[in-house]
Design a protein around this ligand. Structure first.
Ligand SMILES: Cc1ncc(COP(=O)(O)O)c(C=O)c1O
Length: 375
């Protein structure tokens, strides 16, 4: 049977990973400045992660959500401790799209309203509700276009108030730093105003931290820098270091009703074991601090490269903006220098999303290769 051919593939077959490197079948190593799209948080094949999953699968790999699974509560408690956010409840699922889909559903259940506001260049996933609030017509089928949604310009608080005033908005969903869109981040004032207006008009605020969460920006959640408290926070990518897991943090004042949400695989024993190992390592190895410190180093290094016009993002969620399209540069870095990087909707922007365990020496190697590639 052929595979349903929807991905543009690089001609590389990784068979093994270790920390910030992946290896192909000839044992060539590739420096992973892309983290498998911001997924690898504590490094490929981290021993705590491997042992956590291996020990758990020897005991019990899965049972349905109809039984007690203390690992879910352990994960929720650890998440509260490491992230520093209090007074939320955790619902576990399997991916970023599912996390946002559930967040939107909770907002609609809670408010009894059905319209959602989103922003230009947003990416929230590919399931029906969230693809309808993703700013890319190419990934929406006719079937997805029946949701009541309104797209607004990022940072347009006046338009936001006009829409909220209409009284039918269940939620405002946003990425604090837009990932796929190209690393745009608004000023704190905008996030604060959005939170204030949502509250005033009875809409819930959903922070999509699927990509920016889990320490990637140097804070556990990117919104924490802006002094707001979202009603719902969606999480996924870095949460399982590659093991599929997602979740929604739901304000404690939103009451759970039996059957309101549900999933077969979400919060299974293996996913929880992976998630607990990730949080342990982020905490013990001070990976948030590492992300913060390295960003200063990256900015200083980038300042020495005249072709880089702008450094966007924060921590280890970085966009290097050039004044030319970077598709060729990315290929050169991959095939000549064995370095994985990412792209975005902004064709001039090279996206850097490495494992949070990355060190200065790896960035030095990266910038050395980049300078040669730019010649
Ligand atoms: C901000 C954001 N939200 C949601 C998603 C969707 O996550 P998933 O691919 O796990 O469904 C992504 C994926 O890139 C993302 O970057």
């Amino acid at each position: 049977m052929e595979l349903f051919d929807v991905y543009l593939l690089y001609d590389i077959t990784p068979v093994k990973g270790k920390d910030v490197y992946i290896f192909d079948k000839e044992d060539n190593n590739y420096l992973d400045m892309y983290g498998g799209h911001a997924v690898i948080s504590i490094g490929h094949s981290h021993p705590a992660y491997v042992n956590g999953i291996a020990n758990q699968v020897k005991k019990l790999g899965f049972y349905s959500n109809s039984i007690k699974n203390p690992l879910q509560k352990e994960l929720a408690d650890k998440l509260e401790e490491v992230s520093g956010v209090k007074d939320y409840q955790l619902f576990l699922c399997n991916s970023g799209a599912e996390a946002n889909e559930n967040a939107l559903k909770v907002a609609s259940f809670q408010t009894g309203k059905d319209r959602v506001i989103y922003f230009e260049k947003a990416f929230h996933g590919r399931t029906s509700g969230v693809v309808a609030v993703t700013d890319n017509k190419k990934v929406q089928a006719a079937y997805n276009q029946h949701h009541k949604t309104t797209k607004l310009a990022f940072e347009d608080s006046r338009a936001l108030e006009e829409e909220l005033k209409k009284g039918d908005v269940a939620a405002v969903i946003f990425e604090v730093i837009q990932g796929v869109g190209g690393l745009d981040e608004a000023a704190s004032e905008f996030y604060k105003k959005t939170a204030e207006l949502s509250k005033k008009y009875g809409a819930l605020l959903i922070a999509d931290e699927v990509q920016s969460g889990y320490g990637r920006t140097g804070d556990f959640f990117a919104f924490q820098k802006h002094g707001i408290r979202p009603d719902l926070i969606s999480i996924a990518k870095g949460m399982g270091n590659g093991f599929p897991i997602g979740g929604v943090l739901i304000d404690k004042n939103i009451e759970a009703k039996p059957g309101m949400l549900g999933t077969t695989f979400g919060g299974n024993h293996l996913a929880c074991a992976a998630g607990i190992a990730v949080l342990d390592v982020i905490q013990k190895k001070n990976l948030m601090q590492n992300a913060k410190e390295l960003f200063d180093f990256v900015k200083a290094e980038a300042a020495n490269i005249p072709e880089i016009k702008n450094v966007k993002g924060r921590g280890l969620m970085i966009g290097l903006e050039f004044d030319f399209e970077i598709a060729g540069l990315r290929k050169e870095l991959l095939y000549k220098h064995q370095i994985f990087t990412g792209a975005s909707a902004n064709k001039n922007l090279l996206r850097i999303l490495p494992p949070l365990t990355i060190q200065k020496q790896h960035f030095k190697a990266y910038f050395k290769a980049l300078k040669i590639a730019l010649k």
